[in-house]
Every structure is written in C-alpha cells, then in structure tokens.
Design a protein around this ligand. Structure first.
Ligand code: PXP
Length: 250
C-alpha cells in the first residue's frame, strides 16, 4: 500500500473570523504559512460567489506568497472559471454552491451536469490545473466523474462525520470504502474531506488508496484552544498512525 497521505489545510474560516470585524486580522496568508511550518502538504481555499470568507485579494496573495500547492475550490460558473484561468492554481476542486447554505452541502451532481462539468475539466486541465470533483460516495456519481475526464475525485465525508450512531457512521464509512475502491479501479485519484476532526479522521485516513484529506473548520476552531500549529501537528499524527507510520516528532 502506498502510505503517502497528504494533508490539505483549508484556511477559509480564518477569513470568516477576520471578516466578522472587517479588518485584516487574522490573516489567512499567515495561517497558510503557519500550516506549512506545521507539516501541511497543501493549502485549500474556497472563493465563493458571495465572498463570505476568502476574498479576491486573499487569493492573489496566496497565489503569490505560498510555496505549498494551492487547491482552489470553486463553483462551475464563468466568473470562477475566468479567475482560475487568470491565476492557474496547481489544483482546482469543483464544488456545488448554493447561496443560502452554511457550508458545501453534499457533492456535485455530476450525473445531471456531466457535459457542463466536462467543459470545465477540459479547460482547466489545458491550463495545467489538476482538477478534482467533490462528490458524494455514490458509485453512479463516480462513474459520471470518470466520464467527465477529471483525473481525481474528493469524497464528501460530511454524512460520515455527522452520523449520530455507531451503526450510521459504520454504514457511511463502508460507502466511502466502496466508493474509494470503485474510483481507484477506474483509475481516478481519490481524496476526501468535509467535517473531519480528531475523533473522525482515523478510519478515513486508514482507507487504502486515499491520497489526501482536506480539513478546515475543525482545525481553525481547534486553533482557538491550542494554536494552529499544534492542531495541525496532532491531526497529522493521527493520520500517520492510521497509516501505520510512527512519527518521531510530536
Ligand atoms: N473539501 C471540500 C471540497 C470542501 O468544500 C470543504 C469545506 O470548504 C472541505 C473539504 C473542508 O471541510 P471542513 O471545513 O468541514 O473541514
């Protein structure tokens, strides 16, 4: 088994806290630099249509100033496509977006939008952006993702994390395991994320073949209590131990 499991740190909610007062603190760029120091493998941000957290200026600064690969989450709109083509981030994750939602609720419906999504995948891939599609662990959505030409999917772990009983969580975990196997058999790279915390990360990190976990809200919340670097290091350690990697560093 390839034990490499990357950690992408999503810094959107640093901007959420900053925007609550409209100033410049806390700075998402500073958070990205600290995440790198703490062992993150990539930085993730979502430029939403309503700019409720990350702003265009944040994106400009992140693109210019971080060394880690940036994965830009974006909706399939022409506005976002133009922004992505201007910046050409190394990664783009296509996500569904609804104005009223508190967070990304559910994965993309690739089945019903496969032609439109294929065009985004094609155009972004031509600009050398590595495209992933954020989908629920549903085999038909994965088949459609494969048909779109995207090289990767990110499986939505929200239902698994939100499960309130062990039975429900196990069922959701099994769906993610089956979805991962199916996607890998098709030749897709498989990532996962949404809602992951210290309590929920290990069974997902242990799934053979998943290459990357993208985690944001919990880490930024936890940073209030322990500091961002300590929170990221602890998450990294849990991911490593789930993969059977014993780290000498704390
Ligand atoms: N992956 C994707 C595609 C997302 O949209 C989000 C939320 O922005 C995450 C991962 C991270 O989710 P969370 O903030 O709940 O860790």
């Amino acid at each position: 088994m390839n034990n490499l499991l990357r950690l992408g740190v999503n810094i959107d909610h640093v901007a959420t806290i900053r925007n609550a007062r409209g100033g410049i603190h806390p700075d998402p760029l500073e958070a990205a630099l600290k995440a790198e120091k703490a062992g993150a493998d990539g930085i993730v941000c979502h430029l939403r249509e309503d700019r409720r957290h990350i702003s265009d200026k944040d994106l400009n600064r992140l693109i210019k100033e971080i060394d880690l690969p940036l994965n830009l989450e974006m909706a399939t709109t022409n506005e976002m496509l133009n922004i992505a083509l201007r910046h050409k981030p190394p990664g783009v994750c296509l996500v569904p977006e609804k104005r009223q939602e508190l967070t990304t609720e559910g994965g993309l419906d690739v089945i019903s939008k496969v032609d439109e999504i294929s065009k985004f995948v094609h155009t972004l891939s031509q600009a050398n952006c590595f495209v992933s599609l954020f989908v629920d662990p549903n085999l038909r959505q994965i088949d459609a993702s494969y048909s779109s030409g995207a090289p990767a999917i990110e499986l939505h772990t929200g239902n698994y994390c939100d499960a309130t009983t062990k039975h429900e969580r196990d069922e959701n975990l099994q769906q993610i395991v089956a979805a991962t196997r199916h996607a890998i058999d098709l030749g897709l790279e498989v990532r996962a994320g949404h809602g992951l915390s210290f309590d929920t990360v290990e069974p997902i990190a242990a799934i053979e073949g998943i290459t990357e976990l993208n985690i944001g809200h919990f880490l930024i919340g936890e940073a209030i209590f322990s500091g961002l670097e300590i929170a990221i290091k602890r998450m990294r350690k849990l991911m490593d131990s789930a993969r059977g990697i014993v780290s000498s560093k704390s």
